[in-house]
Design a protein around this ligand. Structure first.
Ligand code: GLO
Ligand code: MG
Length: 350
């Protein structure tokens, strides 16, 4: 068996252990305190924690800078005690009444200022928790009605906000997490291509990278592994949110590989082939338990997603590269397809 090249460490966010609410019904599982969730990480096979700013400091808008830092120090201590590392803190800019019509590209300058100031506090939190980088998911930067905003201006407003953060902290690295829709109808940064292009127009492109989420690529009608390859080709794939999605519907955040194993294999393959993880990149998951799950079994999606990644890694390592090369050279892609499927299904290839 070929050796596995990448060095992998895994992360998820506390929101991935949730209460099971959906837009059509209430919560079905009791909330679990952050401290208790953090105690579950190691047992599930995870070393890294992804945070929102208000996961670290609830009601962050109501708190003074001193209070914010005090609470951050408390969480840092818990992380240290549990042997965990914070991957990132992302500003949750989609709950506040100030961001109803967008954050960095809100038409109201006062609201834009709010979003920028809140993100600066989030940068301080990233430093307090000694994270790898800050992630920005641009949830409400978009439109519901094309005529309501000027899309070109929105692109530049987002750039200006990113520039303000790069200036605010000269060591900060920012990862843009693109998504084509939901909650907005039409997002300004919908794909990895847009995110990479955005990085290049900032004041310091070397400090702006991307995070590809499988479900977000699928919602844009794209192949997540190709999106990852695109990011890798630009040296900008610094994190991933592995999950799955059953076609073009609401953002499902299904367990990794649960809908389309072939897609999952392609993602693991592209990461492994290019030694993802060697420069401190995390294998992040952004997966939700089904609403049907009872409390006692509502973390299985996390252990099983990680296990699937490792199984698929083994499938990548045991590929017959000589055969692959032969079939490529012969342009016999039908046979190549048959070989890959036999390999994935554990059926003897002959
Ligand atoms: C939603 C996003 C969201 C982000 C998280 C970190 O669709 O995937 O879960 O990943 O807020 O920024
Ligand atoms: Mg995500």
């Amino acid at each position: 068996m070929a050796a596995i090249k990448g060095k992998y460490r895994f992360s998820f966010g506390p929101w991935n252990i949730d209460e099971g609410a959906d837009p059509f019904g209430p919560t079905v599982r009791a909330p679990i305190a952050l401290e208790k969730k953090l105690r579950l990480y190691k047992g599930l096979g995870y070393d890294g924690v992804q945070f929102h700013d208000d996961d670290v400091v609830p009601d962050i808008d109501q708190k003074s800078p001193a209070q914010v830092m005090k609470e951050a120090a408390r969480i840092k201590k818990i992380l240290d005690n549990e042997g965990l590392k914070a991957e990132f803190v992302a500003p949750r800019l989609w709950f506040s009444p100030n961001t109803i019509d967008g954050a960095y590209s809100n038409p109201d300058p006062k609201m834009r200022k709010y979003a920028i100031e809140r993100t600066k506090v989030c940068i301080d939190l990233n430093n307090a928790l000694n994270t790898s980088w800050m992630v920005v998911w641009l949830a409400r930067e978009g439109t519901y009605v094309r005529e309501s905003k000027n899309a070109r201006e929105q692109v530049l407003q987002i750039r200006d906000a990113l520039n303000a953060f790069l200036e605010y902290d000269k060591k900060l690295k920012i990862l843009i997490e693109p998504k084509p829709n939901e909650p907005v109808d039409s997002a300004i940064i919908p794909t990895i291509g847009h995110a990479v292009a955005m990085a290049y127009i900032t004041v310091d492109p070397a400090r702006v990278g991307c995070l590809v989420e499988s479900a977000h690529s699928l919602l844009a009608g794209l192949d997540p592994s190709d999106d990852m390859a695109f990011g890798l080709a630009h040296n900008k794939l610094w994190s991933v949110h592995l999950n799955d999605q059953g076609g073009l519907k609401f953002d499902q955040d299904k367990s990794f590989g649960s809908f389309n194993l072939r897609h999952a294999f392609s993602q693991v393959r592209v990461l492994e082939e290019y030694s993802y993880g060697r420069h401190g990149e995390w294998v992040g998951f952004d997966v939700k338990a089904m609403r049907t799950q009872k409390q006692s079994v509502a973390t299985k999606h996390l252990s099983s997603s990680r296990a699937r990644f490792l199984h698929l890694l083994n499938k990548v390592a045991t590929l017959d590269h000589k055969l692959e090369a032969q079939l490529r050279a012969a342009r016999d892609y039908e046979e190549l397809d048959r070989y890959i499927l036999c390999h994935l299904m554990g059926v003897k290839y002959s």
